[in-house]
Ligand binder design. Structure first.
Ligand code: NAD
Length: 513
């Protein structure tokens, strides 16, 4: 790691050997147990974090509650200025934070930098938005009345995030929450706690420089038990949770049980449909990047290719040839395409999926396997694999968070492919590769893809921050990032003002006194 400048990056980000896992933005403390963070890149201990105990959580809640009372009074464009300064700090720390993301999570360095760039982009987006938190004005049906709606700050936003986007997901939420006048409490994944500490150290500088109320950005660390304190806490009106569908079902019920709001960003099972009119070269680039990028650990990773039978063999051969070119190894080395999985548990799930697809009648056409030897000491490096499978296989119906791609055939019209693509429980991202206008429009129509994201001639993976991001069905239905996703971070109020001297009642009711 030292040859890639990790030690310098840790120093710049204020990461110590043992870090306090709880922070109110000004103060850091913690009385919980120690959580060690090991790198999947080389298996080494990076640093440790003291986890948050329930009493630490309570202190954070009090800070956040106090901070909200004053932060909501700052005009939205001035809150935008705070987010602008945060974006500037991220620019200054882009290299260091990108390296830490790559080293602690295992994605390629380029993807680590890309993730920090997404943070910068959402800040820029939020700065502009801070002058555009518009409500509508409607015509009242009553004479001499005016009716309009406005958006007010909501309160404390609880953010629970997954390991695979250890920094960007937090900023997608915070940038919008802060311009909305909300304050945030973040519980990062217990698999990437140092990314959380680093981000909190960056925003803490902005908080101090601007004399902002302590508690606008709070951090807690730990596993699901500390997350559960947030989901059951009536003081938190909105829980934004990113992670597995299993987690989402538990969190959704806990939050709904107290009639809170939840924004859920859960698992995907994303497919690309390849029609006879597809550009094969573009298809292969999109599919390979989608399937092996971040070692298949993106929520938008391509899991299934649904290929028309007339071009099936051609696409299959091109994919097998492309997979032979893939270089697997240290993600900090820019010559490698595929880095490690997050941990040994993820490697086990990957191996299990490959056994399972064969047991269900599938055929492996690009062999997988766990790599060992020099450079692979962490035990987390696996070979991207391809299997021919059926959509109905149980293993295909589930999201395996690893580089395993399933190939399937369809015959006849594009509707048959759309039926397969929609025939899973998840509904995050989808794509069609075609130059046929009728097929493309069909795919985007009401009877087409049932996913939150539907692309034409680009793959399933990744998304621009300007659009609303999220998915349907078991993906959870939440939307964050661009478009009008900001509305969930605010409360809407409808106002009617009577500027006459009489009080006409609704529905023509007479009530003479
Ligand atoms: P995970 O569900 O294991 O954990 C996610 C977070 O939830 C962690 O911080 C964890 O501590 C917390 N958590 C777990 N149980 C909880 C509970 N009962 N109460 C409160 N908090 C709880 O997921 P992971 O392995 O970190 O991430 C991978 C998953 O995340 C994949 O399924 C992936 O598709 C999904 N994901 C989705 C999106 C999206 O935007 N749709 C983005 C990134 C990742």
């Amino acid at each position: 790691a030292s040859q890639f400048g990790i030690n310098e990056a840790l120093e710049k980000l204020g990461i110590k050997f043992i870090n306090e896992g709880t922070s109110t933005g000004i103060e850091s403390f913690s009385s919980g147990e120690i959580l060690d963070s090991y790198s999947p890149v080389d298996g080494k201990l990076i640093a440790s974090v003291k986890m948050s105990a329930p009493e630490d959580y309570e202190r954070v809640m009090q800070s956040a509650t106090e901070a909200f009372k004053t932060f909501r009074l700052i005009p939205a464009p001035q809150r935008g200025e705070i987010v602008r300064q945060f974006g500037e700090k991220l620019r200054q720390n882009k290299e260091a934070l990108g390296k830490l993301v790559s080293y602690e999570m295992g994605k390629s360095l380029q993807e680590g930098y890309g993730e920090v760039q997404e943070m910068i982009d959402i800040c820029d987006f939020a700065v502009g938005l801070s002058r555009q938190l518009h409500g509508l004005t409607m015509h009242s049906e009553r004479p001499g009345h005016r009716m309009y709606e406005q958006y007010h700050s909501l309160g404390i936003v609880g953010i629970i995030s997954a390991f695979n986007f250890p920094v960007a997901v937090w900023s997608w939420n915070t940038a919008l929450a802060w311009i909305s006048g909300d304050v945030c409490i973040w519980k990062p994944s217990e698999k990437t706690p140092l990314c959380g500490i680093a981000c909190q150290n960056i925003i803490a500088q902005v908080i101090k420089e601007n004399n902002l109320p302590e508690g606008i950005s709070c951090l807690i660390n730990g596993d699901y038990t500390i997350g559960e304190l947030m989901t059951s806490d009536v003081r938190i009106p909105l829980i934004s949770a990113t992670g597995s569908t299993r987690m989402g079902k538990i969190v959704a019920q806990a939050v709904a049980g107290r009639l809170g709001k939840s924004l859920l960003e859960l698992g995907g099972n994303n497919a690309i449909i390849v029609t006879p009119d597809a550009d094969i070269k573009m298809t292969v680039i999109g599919a390979v990047f989608g399937a092996v990028g971040t070692a298949g650990q993106r929520c938008t990773s391509t899991r299934r290719l649904i290929i028309h039978e007339s071009i099936y063999d051609k696409v299959k051969e091109a994919l097998v040839a492309a997979y032979k070119q893939l270089r697997i190894g240290n993600p900090l080395d820019e010559n490698n395409h595929v880095g490690p999985l997050i941990d040994i548990h993820a490697v086990e799930m990957y191996a299990k999926a490959l056994n399972r697809v064969v047991a269900e009648g599938g055929t492996i056409i690009v062999e997988g396997g766990v790599l060992s030897g020099e450079g692979y000491e962490s035990g987390c490096y696996v070979k991207p694999a391809i299997a021919e499978a059926e959509n109905a296989f149980e293993i295909v119906q589930h999201e395996t968070f690893a580089p395993v791609l399933y190939l399937m055939k369809y015959s006849g019209e594009v509707d048959n492919a759309i039926e397969q693509q929609n025939g899973v429980a998840q509904g995050l991202s989808s794509a069609i590769m075609t130059n046929n206008l009728r097929e493309a429009e069909r795919f985007l129509s009401v009877t087409g893809s049932d996913c939150g994201i539907a692309n034409v001639n680009i793959g399933t993976s990744g998304a621009e921050i300007g659009g609303a991001f999220g998915g349907e069905k078991e993906t959870g239905g939440g939307r964050e990032s661009g478009s009008d996703a900001w509305k969930i971070y605010m409360r809407r109020q409808t106002n009617t003002i009577n500027y006459t001297t009489s009080l006409p009642l609704a529905q023509g009711i007479k009530f003479d006194l």
